[in-house]
Design a binder for this molecule. Structure first.
Ligand SMILES: [Zn+2]
Ligand SMILES: [Zn+2]
Ligand SMILES: [Zn+2]
Length: 451
């Protein structure tokens, strides 16, 4: 800290840190940008990191994960909110008439892999966890009943009543196959909508598009489920109205049918029986309305919130774990540890190599995207980012930080090299003070992973 504060370049360093907006793990780049006159080859302007503090430029990491960088994840969350909202009410190039299109919020859950401690409420009262009058005793001698009324932050929530009975293999295989099940579901949904209107799939495409925006959420027991906005448009997407027969009721029926119809099969292996994995029986579909019980803001807020999360909330780690790591020594919740161990065990089987369970062990087997949209849903995150970059660029030109050149006459040649990320402990303390952000707990015990 003292070295940094006495550095003659300190104010420039502080400016760089402020420009990252409080990013917890800025990316370090070395390089230069040349502006060259297209006609004469003359060098009009050169920016180089040579004169920057530590001869590097620090840029925000732009992660989606709130656990890694709350500031950058907040930008991602806000962008996702805008994008989901535009698909519900218009804006960002989507016409406002989209509000008239049938649209619902669907939740596809995972099936049960064994009884877990849960907290349920009814009329504002907490119900007993698993009250069974004649509860069976499992082969491991545990009574399959729990009459506790659990608090909302009790660590046992999501943990099995008997860990030895719990189907850990089923749980991680479901996570691994969830992206495939989702694909099967969307295919089945199109077929069902076509069939119920007496059309072939090809005829359906000429009349109707089904758009999706979905997000994956981890339940405490460590399985993913999906929340999705599903909307019916005309053949050209949100700019065209769907045919009159395409109603919200027809969509809700088709969603329930498709969710119950699809399955993914894992053939029998060494010690494992063959499995047929399906969605859980609780398929929830609710219409999204502008003023009803489920508003567009609520849905957009919900999806955007989960888009910045991964599995860390169920007690796993926010980074890849190798089978060479000592699982017993890592700060894992016991339930997560067993799920990860199961990923390593099944991932070593040749027949399951395609599922890449070892690579995705830290996210308990799920290798899919956490937040996706179909092509016609609304604008894209890329378009929102370009809009913001253009705005920042215009502002930098008007405030004199970037030279104003005609884009047609100038060639811009950029050369960048990644040289690390993060902060030293001293820099982290100064950066937190400069940007008014909290210092991560991990920074109090160790430094950044670079410099
Ligand atoms: Zn960041
Ligand atoms: Zn319980
Ligand atoms: Zn048992």
């Amino acid at each position: 800290m003292i070295t940094r504060l006495h550095d003659p370049n300190y104010s420039r360093w502080a400016a760089q840190i402020r420009a990252t907006g409080g990013c917890r793990q800025p990316i370090h780049l070395r390089g230069r940008v040349d502006h060259i006159d297209r006609a004469t080859g003359e060098l009009l302007h050169r920016y180089s990191t040579r004169t920057e503090p530590d001869r590097i430029l620090r840029l925000p990491c732009k992660t989606r994960r709130a656990s890694r960088c709350p500031t950058c994840a907040e930008v991602y969350r806000a962008d996702t909110y805008q994008l989901i909202r535009a698909g519900l009410t218009g804006g960002k190039g989507v016409p406002a008439s989209v509000t008239g299109h049938p649209c619902l919020f669907a939740t596809l859950t995972a099936p049960s892999f064994g009884a877990v401690h849960t907290r349920r409420e009814k009329h504002g009262k907490t119900l007993p966890c698993h009250a069974r009058r004649d509860a069976a005793t499992c082969p491991h001698g545990r009574v399959m009943s729990c009459i506790a009324r659990h608090g909302s932050d009790e660590t046992c929530l999501g943990e099995p009543l008997c860990a030895d009975c719990y189907d850990y293999a089923g749980s991680v295989l479901f996570n691994a196959l969830a992206p495939q099940l989702w694909r099967y579901f969307t295919d089945a949904l199109r077929r069902r909508v076509a069939k119920s209107s007496g059309l072939t799939l090809r005829e359906l495409r000429n009349q109707l598009t089904i758009s999706f925006a979905k997000v994956a959420e981890y339940q405490r027991r460590g399985v993913v489920h999906f929340h999705a906005v599903i909307r019916l448009d005309g053949p050209d997407g949100p700019t065209s109205p769907p045919p009159a027969w395409a109603t919200a009721d027809l969509l809700a029926d088709a969603v329930r049918y498709a969710a119950s119809a699809v399955s993914a099969v894992v053939p029998a292996l060494a010690d494992e029986p063959a499995r047929v994995l399906r969605w859980g029986t609780q398929v929830d579909t609710r219409p999204i309305t502008m003023n009803g019980e489920l508003s567009d803001q609520a849905v957009a807020g919900y999806i955007a919130k989960y888009a910045t999360k991964a599995a860390e909330c169920v007690g796993t780690l926010d980074r890849r774990i190798s089978p060479l790591d000592d699982l017993g020594a890592l700060p894992l919740r016991e339930h997560a540890r067993r799920l990860i161990a199961e990923c390593f065990r099944l991932g070593a089987l040749d027949e399951l190599a395609d599922l890449r369970l070892i690579q995705w062990a830290h996210v308990l087997g799920f290798g899919g995207h956490f937040s996706t949209r179909s092509r016609h849903y609304s604008t894209t995150l890329g378009a929102i980012r370009v809009e913001r970059a253009d705005y920042v660029r215009d502002e930098q030109i008007t405030t004199g930080r970037l030279p104003l050149f005609d884009e047609d006459t100038v060639v811009v040649i950029a050369q960048w090299e990644y040289v690390g990320k993060g902060y030293s402990l001293g820099d982290a303390l100064l950066a937190a003070a400069l940007t008014g952000t909290a210092l991560p707990a991990s920074q109090t015990s160790r430094g950044g992973d670079a410099r």
